[in-house]
Design a protein around this ligand. Structure first.
Ligand SMILES: Cc1cc2nc3c(=O)[nH]c(=O)nc-3n(C[C@H](O)[C@H](O)[C@H](O)COP(=O)(O)O)c2cc1C
Length: 165
């Protein structure tokens, strides 16, 4: 089973969850970590002043890499920090950059300061608009990234048998 774990992370929390998930899946799943970067280089100040309003508007950023081929993957995991109760512009950019996503099974996770708002739902809806079938979403609090229940739930969503149809 092949899984792409695609994520954006400005301060490392969302990356940390991607790494913990990959470690947990090791042995059963061939997991590939794909970190996307916003071509606009945010500082903490500009993340709040520029990035949060963009996130609120649902904008998709120009990212590196510009295309992410998931055609050979069985499941696509998409992880985003929460900015202004929404996915980051780079995470929206990652959704737009996916190639071969139509008809794929997908799983979403977000990391936040405790107020995730609609971020996971918005990210799932964006994936479904690209033709993915979203199995579910898990929200992590940045103070508890190693939360056993949340990591277990995320891993179970990834390894669950395909829904078919
Ligand atoms: C610009 C900005 C906006 C944020 N907005 C929210 C928010 O609406 N709700 C929340 O709970 N945390 C918010 N946070 C905190 C982040 O979601 C949290 O620290 C997240 O884990 C960061 O992920 P990262 O380390 O992968 O970049 C915000 C952080 C930044 C930088």
């Amino acid at each position: 089973m092949r899984v792409a774990i695609v994520f954006h992370s400005l301060s490392g929390n969302t990356r940390r969850v991607a790494e913990l998930l990959a470690a947990r899946l090791a042995g059963t799943v061939d997991a590939d970590l794909v970190e996307v970067r916003d071509r606009f280089q945010y500082s903490t100040l500009t993340a709040y002043a520029v990035g949060a309003p963009r996130a609120l508007r649902g904008e998709a950023a120009e990212i590196e890499p510009g295309a992410i081929d998931v055609g050979d993957d069985d499941v696509v995991v998409l992880g985003s920090p929460v900015w202004a109760f929404a996915p980051t512009p780079a995470a929206n950019g990652a959704v737009a950059a996916l190639r071969g996503i139509d008809g794929k099974e997908a799983v979403v996770y977000v990391t936040s300061g405790g107020g995730p708002g609609s971020a996971a739902g918005l990210l799932g809806a964006a994936l479904e608009a690209r033709g993915a079938r979203v199995r579910g979403a898990v929200a992590f609090d940045r103070k508890d990234l190693e939360n056993e229940a949340a990591l277990g739930e995320l891993a179970a969503l990834v390894t669950r048998p395909p829904s078919g149809g």
